[in-house]
Write a protein that binds this ligand. Structure first.
Ligand code: IMP
Length: 185
């Protein structure tokens, strides 16, 4: 089935296609966008965005709001991840972690979709640590500084398939596909 990905992030779009393509989805890019509401959780942002898009009569769409939550920074940048990356950059984020022993962090992803008039909202999470220095050229955003638990390489040093098999977004997309299948049964 055809599904429209509402995102300006090419990295997210590539990952949507990589996971959903083999599951039988044709992922088309949509130029629509929504005003991200100021909210404390990814889910609230997704719900607000879905409502705006549905209000414009757009259907069969998928959106993603995600962020990096760093333990030692009390969850910052979290819902402000896109803004933090734009203003601080990777080096700025690493500077906030200078001399910090607790490198624990997690990525969270909330996927929202409207399919045939029905909403689906699912989440995914990936725990890991913040590297001491950026490494790798794959992926996007904070990938060069995030080492998933049980691995020694950053997200930016592994293939998109490997990232999707363990990442917050890969898990949320899998949950989305499972939920869609369950509703069809
Ligand atoms: P938003 O979901 O568009 O609000 O922004 C999420 C921001 O979090 C992105 O701009 C990235 O900086 C970061 N982010 C989310 N998911 C990932 C990921 O899979 N890898 C690296 N950075 C990510």
């Amino acid at each position: 089935m055809k599904i429209y990905a509402v995102t300006s992030n090419q990295g997210k779009l590539r990952e949507f296609r990589s996971v959903l393509g083999p599951l039988g989805f044709e992922v088309e890019h949509s130029d629509e966008d929504c005003d991200e509401i100021q909210a404390d959780t990814l889910r609230e942002v997704v719900i607000g965005c879905l409502a705006q898009l549905k209000g414009r009569g757009i259907g069969d769409l998928i959106i993603d709001d995600s962020g990096l939550f760093i333990d030692a920074l009390k969850g910052f940048p979290g819902v402000y991840s896109a803004y933090a990356l734009k203003t601080l950059g990777l080096q700025g984020a690493l500077k906030l972690m200078e001399g910090v022993d607790d490198r624990g962090a997690r990525f969270e992803c909330c996927i929202g979709a409207t399919i045939g008039g029905e909403d689906i909202i699912v989440t995914g999470r990936c725990d890991g640590t913040i590297a001491l220095a950026p490494s790798g050229t794959e992926g996007f955003g904070f990938d060069p500084v995030f080492i998933p638990s049980g691995h020694s390489q950053t997200f930016a040093e592994i293939s998109i398939e490997e990232k999707n098999s363990i990442s917050h977004r890969g898990r949320a997309l899998q949950a989305f596909s499972d939920e869609l299948r369950r509703r069809k049964e």
